[in-house]
Design a binder for this molecule. Structure first.
Ligand code: PMP
Length: 382
C-alpha cells in the first residue's frame, strides 16, 4: 500500500499542504534538516547495515578507538573542498560539542597561572559560555566578550579565544581578535562548508573543529573531529575523550564513514550544489521579503570567492540575525513571537534584545512558513 507519512508540526490535510491556523514557524533550533531530501534521494546508497557480530570490540584492529579508514576519508573530504589543511593530528568527538570543552581543557593546562579566561566575540554561539560554566574548573573561567577584559590585570591573564568562522549566528567569516603570546585560539569551523559560505582559503589554524552535523546534516549521529597541530594538545584532547567515554561510538564511526563516501561522490558537486542552492534561495527570499522594511532587518553578508566552486558566490548563511530597529520593538523575540515566529533570543548570544536568530537550515516547509509569517509581519507593520 501507500506509505503513510506524518505531517510536520504545522501542517495537516490529506497531503500535508494545509497550514494549521495559528501555528507558529518554529525556527529556534539549528537542526540541519534542510539536507533531508538529498539523503532521501540516496536512501539505498547511504544506508548502513551492521551485522550483530560486527564492531563488538572496544577497539579497531590496530588497538585504537579511532577508525583509520574514517580518518583517511575526513582528510580526503577536506582536500576536495580545500577548506582545511590536514597535515595534523585528528581527535574524534561525540559531536563537535564534546571537542569544544576538550580543547578548552587541553589549552588551559599550558597555563602556569590559572585560570585561563575563555572568551569569544559577541554575538557568539551560546554553548561556549554554557559549557565552560557547566564544567567549571580551576583551570578556566568564561569571561564573555573579547573586549570585556575590563581590569588592567586581566590583560595579563592567559586567554583562550573561541573563533567561529563562519560565525553562528551572523554568518560572518571571522579571525582571531586578541593578540599576544598568551592567547590561544580554538577555531570552530562547523559552518566552513560550501553550503553556507564561499571557501576563500584552506583553514590553517592550531586547533580546528568540524562536525558532521553541518556537513551532511546528521546531527543525531553525534560526530565531530578536531584537527590539531600541537602534539601535546592532541594528547590531552585524546586523554579527555578516553577518560570520559573511551572514544566515539564505533557504530557512529561506521555510519560517518558511509556518509562521507557519498559526500565524496562526483567530487562533492552533488551535496554542495544541493546545499548551496537551497541556502542561497532561502536567503534571497528572506532578503526580498525584508528589502522594503524600515522596522526589521537582517545582517549584510558580502559575496565571497569560493575556491571550491571557483567563483564569487552569493550569500547563503545558516542563520538570519534578525533585528528590530525601533526602540519600542526592542524585545524583538516577543515581537516575532506575537507574529507567529519562534526564534532564539539575541541575549543568549551575548547581544542586545533587539536581535533574534532565525534558523534557515530547517525543513523546506518550516522555511516557507517562516517566509509567510515574515511577509505578513512586514505587510501589517511596514
Ligand atoms: N559549533 C557551532 C558554531 C554550532 O553552531 C554547533 C551546533 N549548532 C556546534 C558547534 C555543535 O554541533 P555538534 O555537537 O552537533 O557537532
Amino acid at each position: 500500500g501507500m506509505p503513510v507519512c506524518e505531517c510536520n508540526s504545522c501542517f495537516g490535510g490529506p497531503n500535508c499542504s494545509e497550514v494549521i491556523a495559528g501555528c507558529p514557524a518554529d525556527v529556534n533550533s539549528g537542526d540541519p534538516l534542510f539536507l533531508e531530501p538529498f539523503w532521501m534521494q540516496r536512501a539505498a546508497s547511504s544506508a548502513v547495515l551492521i551485522a550483530g557480530w560486527h564492531r563488538m570490540s572496544y577497539s579497531f584492529n590496530d588497538n585504537s578507538s579511532i577508525s583509520q579508514e574514517l580518518e583517511k576519508h575526513i582528510r580526503k573530504v577536506h582536500a576536495m573542498v580545500k577548506n582545511a589543511v590536514t597535515d595534523r593530528f585528528i581527535v574524534f568527538g561525540a559531536g563537535s560539542t564534546q571537542l569544544l570543552n576538550a580543547a578548552v581543557h587541553a589549552l588551559s593546562m599550558d597555563n602556569s597561572s590559572p585560570p585561563s579566561a575563555v572568551v569569544a566575540s559577541v554575538p557568539f554561539y551560546p554553548s561556549y559560555k554554557q559549557q565552560t560554566d557547566f564544567f567549571s574548573s580551576l583551570g578556566y573561567k568564561f569571561y564573555g566578550d573579547t573586549s570585556m577584559r575590563k581590569n588592567p590585570s586581566d590583560v595579563l591573564m592567559n586567554a583562550i579565544e573561541f573563533v567561529t568562522s563562519p560565525n553562528n549566528p551572523d554568518g560572518k567569516l571571522r579571525k582571531k581578535v586578541l593578540k599576544g603570546e598568551s592567547v590561544r585560539a580554538i577555531h570552530d569551523h562547523a559552518y566552513y562548508w560550501p553550503h553556507f559560505t564561499g571557501i576563500p582559503t584552506p583553514a590553517d589554524e592550531d586547533i580546528m573543529i568540524f562536525t558532521l552535523s553541518k556537513l551532511t546534516g546528521h546531527a543525531g549521529t553525534r560526530f565531530g573531529w578536531a584537527l590539531i597541530k600541537d602534539e601535546a594538545v592532541y594528547r590531552r584532547m585524546l586523554t579527555y575523550s578516553d577518560e570520559s567515554c573511551y572514544g566515539v561510538s564505533r557504530d557512529t564511526q561506521v555510519r560517518a564513514l558511509k556518509l562521507l563516501k557519498v559526500v565524496l561522490e562526483g567530487e562533492g558537486r552533488e551535496l554542495f550544489t544541493f546545499g548551496y542552492k537551497t541556502m542561497k534561495d532561502r536567503w534571497e527570499k528572506l532578503s526580498q521579503a525584508l528589502s522594503f522594511s524600515k522596522l526589521f532587518s537582517i545582517q549584510d553578508i558580502a559575496p565571497v570567492y569560493c575556491s571550491f566552486f571557483q567563483g564569487i558566490r552569493d550569500p547563503s548563511p545558516a542563520f538570519a540575525w534578525f533585528k528590530c530597529e525601533r526602540e519600542e520593538d526592542k524585545d524583538c523575540y516577543t515581537v516575532l513571537r506575537d507574529a507567529g515566529i519562534i526564534g532564539r533570543k539575541g541575549t543568549l548570544f551575548g547581544a542586545e534584545s533587539c536581535y533574534v536568530r532565525l534558523s534557515l537550515i530547517t525543513r523546506q516547509d518550516d522555511f516557507e512558513l517562516l517566509l509567510r509569517q515574515i511577509n505578513k509581519l512586514v505587510a501589517e507593520k511596514g
